[in-house]
Design a protein around this ligand. Structure first.
Ligand SMILES: *[C@@H]1O[C@H](CO)[C@@H](O)[C@H](O)[C@H]1NC(C)=O
Ligand SMILES: *[C@@H]1O[C@H](CO)[C@@H](O)[C@H](O)[C@H]1NC(C)=O
Ligand SMILES: *[C@@H]1O[C@H](CO)[C@@H](O)[C@H](O)[C@H]1NC(C)=O
Ligand SMILES: *[C@@H]1O[C@H](CO)[C@@H](O)[C@H](O)[C@H]1NC(C)=O
Length: 800
């Protein structure tokens, strides 16, 4: 964009400052010698950057060369300020334009602005003649109009501030002639205006003054000393007005550059020519020597194309009389590829977040090669296998751009090697390693090491005991990868899970909060959540199943005979009972399960040990032999019921057996004691039962007596069922089939169902079912059973 704006910015020390803005870059100008702290311009305003953000965006001034210390940006105001006094002459010498180039780098987003600062000349140097005294030797025969060359004065300043005018002190013989050559150099000559007469004047002295065009003006002067000679002499003459030479840089010492040669028409001493540098820069003086006799110019110092590519000097040839002439020598230095490219990291987004989109610029790289032309043409490349590439931007600048998604969990650091190669022959290259770290983003949720967890615990555990531990991993960094465990809200049997379990937030170890009861529930499930500490946090959850195992903590419970109403639990054993007859049955249950509920029965004490036996697993009490008359009528048995747990638990009960055919003989029946809590109905029922039973027993006895005459042996019943001698009816013992109704034959045979030899009563088995609700206990009043038995007996008997 060609649009340029020029505005008067401010006045410092009376000098006007100007700045120009092009589309992207800034150019300012400032006079040399400005005080440190002087403001050149406001970068922020001119570039439209927010002053407030300069600091956070890390605005800074950078430079390709070593100018960095001269200027800086004031982050508070956005001003471009001078930091160190700039001496134009020192920096740029005789160059017409003295331009310092800077770059302004701002980050996020990365921007680079070029700033050029033109240093304006200030007239701080006076014209200086090479020598304070100019000696001229002139023959008296010299004619009017003869010209004598004088070396020009030099002013380090340029332009207007350079030498502008010469003036010659008024005298009788000479006038001044100043001619400008095509190349801009001036030739100053004294022109003889009136012939000299050696007899009158041997020596003449007058002053030559040079003034510059600056304001205020500065001047310098030299004394011209003219010696009038007698003889007829000739000045030496160079064979070329200008000598040109090309010299490769880094040439060895003593390399011959060029030979200058002047000849003198005079003979002898007067014709001996000597050479010397007339006007030569300090820098050139250190690089070249001139042999005063041979006129050979040789290398005596380091020839560096990059510091100086061109030398110009004037050489004077003098003869024995001191007559002189001069010639120009121009030496061009040719470039050699002696500088490897240099890579500068101008800006680096370090660390770079792992979620930056593909194509994000993460850095700016600048490559410089001080050589020129092809030797300075640089190509930049990056090593393979990293998700970055270099995109050329403005001249010699490259953007480092991502070519894929970064993942800190895979690669957290990149060592990016950038290689720069120039196109010289042979080419030089250099490389630089940039370390780029990837910053974490909370992009991974915690992951449990297992899909689900199972915990096994024995019931009656201590509250606080450890059940198991869960563990989740989160590969993110620091708090983004720190996992905290917690229970997810939920219910187990209507109570919050937290009343059953707790989880240690840091370790994932799970503890029981209460003691578990296998008889209440065998297992439950909870959900544990793992959450990281990122913001926002990520979570995952896992199921923990807790299995409670049984412990033998419940003693067998005897349902029949009821341990509470001892005296009532009297069984009648008919006197005629044969060996093997089923007399009664002990019914017990155990709330535990498995081995812990596997019951075995044992008679631990009996009145007559040889008379009764009990089925180890069935609990059925049978006669061992036929009952004889000698057997005592009252038989007491103590039965122990034991489970198979480790250690096993047991319960005992007493059973009273009455060997009798007549209930009336039973004395205990008369003083049945009733608990207050028994209902009146029970009392009535028992009274009714006693009377009905008595009636029936009487009837049975008569009937039996009648039958006994015809059949001596009791009839065995069908079905493989255990036959109970039909001659008696155990009053407290009845078999119940699946429907719960008592079956009895007309002759009062009572028989068991097929399965009763091995199993408990059907309605009793339901108590072993572990699906029993937790709050229900097995304690059912034994009297309830009795009621049931008796009622059924009575009802069925009545029906029959
Ligand atoms: C990167 O370089 C540094 C030192 O130069 C080294 O310690 C580190 O291991 C390197 N990293 C990779 C990923 O090569
Ligand atoms: C965690 O992730 C967030 C973004 O999800 C990021 O800003 C933060 O710096 C990360 N923390 C660490 C310690 O890396
Ligand atoms: C638990 O995780 C499953 C998937 O694993 C998810 O569907 C469910 O919403 C999560 N529950 C909670 C409460 O976070
Ligand atoms: C009746 O049973 C209750 C408990 O059920 C008991 O406290 C009371 O002493 C018993 N009474 C008799 C007479 O046995």
């Amino acid at each position: 964009m060609a649009l340029k704006r020029q505005a008067s910015l401010c006045f410092v020390f009376g000098f006007a400052l100007f700045f120009e803005i092009t589309a992207a870059d800034l150019s300012y100008s400032a006079p040399e010698e400005m005080r440190p702290g002087s403001i050149v311009g406001n970068i922020a305003k001119d570039l439209g950057l927010e002053v407030a953000k300069l600091f956070t965006r890390k605005a800074r001034i950078d430079t390709e060369e070593n100018y960095q210390h001269y200027c800086d940006i004031d982050l508070k105001t956005g001003n471009f300020v001078i930091r160190e006094k700039i001496d134009r002459e020192e920096l740029c010498g005789e160059r017409v334009s003295c331009m310092l180039k800077f770059e302004l780098v701002v980050e996020s987003p990365l921007e680079l602005h070029r700033i050029s600062l033109l240093i304006l000349d200030v007239n701080d140097n006076s014209p200086v003649f090479p020598k304070d005294t100019v000696k001229l030797e002139i023959r008296e025969s010299a004619v009017k109009g003869a010209r004598y060359r004088v070396n020009e004065a030099h002013d380090a300043d340029i332009g207007q501030n350079a030498v502008k005018q010469y003036s010659l002190q008024k005298n009788d013989h000479f006038v001044l002639s100043v001619r400008e050559d095509v190349d801009g150099t001036k030739s100053i000559e004294l022109v003889l205006d009136k012939e000299l007469d050696r007899e009158k004047e041997h020596d003449l002295n007058f002053i030559l003054t040079a003034v510059d065009g600056g304001n205020p003006q500065r001047s310098g002067s030299a004394v011209i000393h003219v010696t009038v000679l007698d003889a007829n002499d000739n000045a030496p003459v160079f064979d070329q007005a200008v000598y040109k030479a090309n010299l490769p840089e880094n040439s060895n010492l003593n390399t011959l550059v060029v030979i200058v040669s002047a000849s003198d028409a005079d003979e002898g001493v007067n014709g001996e020519v000597s050479y010397e540098f007339n006007r030569i820069t300090e820098r050139a003086k250190k690089v070249f020597s001139l042999d005063s006799k041979t006129g050979e110019i040789k290398v005596i110092g380091m020839v560096d194309f990059e510091t100086n590519s061109k030398y110009e000097m004037r050489i004077e040839a003098k003869d024995g009389y001191g007559l002189s002439s001069d010639a120009k020598v121009m030496i061009d230095i040719t470039d050699v590829n002696d500088n490897a490219p240099v890579i500068y990291i101008k800006s680096m987004m370090n660390p770079t977040a792992e979620n930056v989109p593909t194509g994000t610029e993460v850095g700016i790289i600048n490559v410089q090669d001080r050589d020129s032309e092809n030797n300075g043409q640089v190509r930049c490349s990056i090593q393979q296998g990293v998700p970055f590439k270099l995109v050329p931007s403005i001249k010699n600048y490259y953007s480092l751009v991502t070519t894929g998604q970064l993942d800190r969990e895979l690669v957290s650091d990149y060592n990016i090697t950038i290689t720069a190669t120039d196109e010289g022959s042979p080419s030089l290259s250099s490389s630089k390693c940039v370390q780029l770290s990837v910053a974490d983003i909370n992009d991974n949720p915690p992951v449990f090491e297992e899909q689900s967890y199972n915990a096994y615990v024995s019931e009656n555990n201590k509250p606080g005991s450890t059940l198991c531990s869960v563990s989740a991993r989160d590969p993110d960094w620091r708090q983004n990868g720190t996992v905290v465990y917690s229970l997810l809200a939920g219910e187990v049997n209507g109570a919050p899970v937290s009343s059953y379990l707790s989880v240690n937030g840091d370790t994932g170890v799970m503890h029981a909060v209460r003691s578990f009861d296998y008889e209440q529930f065998r297992s439950f499930k909870v959900h544990v959540m793992a959450r990281d500490n990122g913001s926002p946090p990520l979570t995952s959850n896992v199921t923990v199943s807790v299995f409670i195992s049984d412990v033998n903590d419940n003693a067998p419970q005897i349902l029949y005979p009821s341990p509470e109403s001892n005296s009532f639990m009297t069984e009648l054993v008919p006197k005629a009972a044969h060996g093997g007859s089923l007399v009664s049955k002990v019914i017990a249950v155990d709330a535990d399960s498995g081995q812990n509920a596997w019951l075995s029965y044992q008679i631990v004490k009996s009145t007559d040990p040889g008379l009764f036996t009990i089925g180890v697993h069935s609990g059925e009490i049978r006669t061992l032999r036929d009952i004889s008359e000698s057997d005592s009528m009252k038989q007491n048995l103590v039965v122990a019921v034991k489970d198979n747990g480790q250690p096993s638990l047991s319960a005992t009960c007493s059973m009273y057996l009455l060997i009798s055919d007549n209930l009336a003989e039973v004395p205990e029946l008369k003083d049945l004691s009733y608990n207050e809590s028994n209902s009146k109905l029970t009392s009535y029922l028992i009274i009714a039962l006693v009377s009905v039973s008595t009636f029936f027993l009487t009837f049975i006895i008569i009937f039996l007596g009648f039958r006994f005459c015809r059949r001596r042996k009791p009839r065995l019943l069908f079905d493989g069922a255990v036959a109970i001698p039909s001659g008696y009816l155990p009053p407290n013992y009845a078999d119940v089939d699946g429907t719960g109704t008592l079956r009895s034959t007309y002759n009062y045979d009572a028989y068991l169902t097929t399965g009763s030899r091995t199993s408990d009563f059907k309605f009793v088995t339901s108590y072993n079912d572990n699906t029993l609700p937790a709050d229900q206990t097995l304690k059912k009043s034994p009297s309830d059973f009795l009621e049931f038995f008796f009622l059924n007996t009575i009802i069925s008997n009545v029906l029959n």
